[in-house]
Design a protein around this ligand. Sequence first.
Ligand code: URP
Ligand code: ZN
Ligand code: ZN
Ligand code: ZN
Length: 466
Amino acid sequence: TKLDLAIRGGTVVTASDTFRADVGVRDGRIVAVAAEIEGATREIDASGLLVLPGGIDSHVHIAQPSGPDVVMADDFASATAAAAAGGNTCIMPFALQQRGTSLRRCVEDYVRQAEGECHIDVSIHLIISDPTPEVLGQELPALLKAGYTSFKVFMTYDDLVLNDRQLLEVFEVARRERALVMVHAEGYDAIKYMTDRLERAGQTSPFFHATSRPELVEREAAHRAISHAELIDVPIMIVHVSGREAMEQIRWAQRRGLKVYAETCPQYLTLTADDLQGLNMEGAKYVCSPPPRDAASQAAIWEGLQQGVFQTFSSDHCPFRYESSEGKLTPKARTSFRWVPNGIPGIETRLPILFSEGVSAGRISLNRFVELTSTNHAKMYGLYPRKGSIGVGFDADITLWDPHRRETIRQENLHHGSDYTPWEGFEVTGWPVMTIARGEIVARDGMIVGNKGAGRILERDISAYA
Ligand code: URP
Ligand code: ZN
Ligand code: ZN
Ligand code: ZN
């Protein structure tokens, strides 16, 4: 039978190779990658374009409970539309366990919110905030066996922080079940102490968010997480690394042969703490944790991307509206940075920023770009070899990329639910022109053309790294 889709004349890029080939698709899967392929029902001319495995963003927050009076700016429909427009074909948000509630129930509720709403495939991680004997003994192991093979733990935030004993206990479950643990490494007590001290001195504007959690707070927590992981002998993934201090701890661990992996994000390459300054409350637009640092930290993160310290490059998309009393500017947030919701939107701009600043600027290769934005996410979180590359048998998740197209990032062109982008006016070279998810076009030239509901909720295998 005829192919459903043929993508002709493009340059295929994988984590290891770059070559001219046609790509044939049938029933949502890639069935041919060859110099010339047979005819198809639908033909796409990709000459002059790169044929990339669709972006996988393994760290996004969608419709996540964020405390009283605060609402996240994206639901599954808007987040997956924005992701698709930005060249992504799969995202991994978190089902958050609220303290005092059943983890299983939280997951069921979260899945129900996602069902029928997604433009692209979604696979869900867990956040463990309340590791009771019931959660550690029954709920978590059952969920890990059911395909939720990764979870995140936090070393800060009042509602989420785990103490050292709790970290060790969840690490033990991860080791036994071969789950991958993602760690938010920032030290709770040091941040609390600094926050109290800054508030007493009247230093309450958004800028002081960065002062309250300097790099050494992240370095200390990264080291502590690494030590706990070594004690239990479990792999960990330290997420959203912001600068040299934490990175050096990770490199030290990797050189000792420990299975310590790391992720970084666009904000740590392109923003600095100075962005948190700004008139009135404008700095709140850039409040995220860890905060962006300085130019030297950006250089350090590039070094880590080039040298392989980092396996994944994610957005940490965590969208709030700025002009909203349920977003960045709640009445309490106006009184102190302590109450400004942490997180920035970035699901749609991750790939263009890394491509432009990385590939177009000559800092990383095309193949490294693919590895950092797709392949390694699939391997790290148990979606490989279903997703993460262009090859026979993979899902036909494909982004056609124009490496020469110049664009300026503008809020008015984005699809996310937030009312601003931290990258307003940022110029990039290289742009996704078409996103194909399991063989169907979902976005073309910044327009969403697919239907919501086409995306599936995926179970995952055990991590290739666990
Ligand atoms: O500030 C951030 N990154 N908020 C999102 C939650 C997290 O810690 O990843
Ligand atoms: Zn985090
Ligand atoms: Zn996050
Ligand atoms: Zn984060």
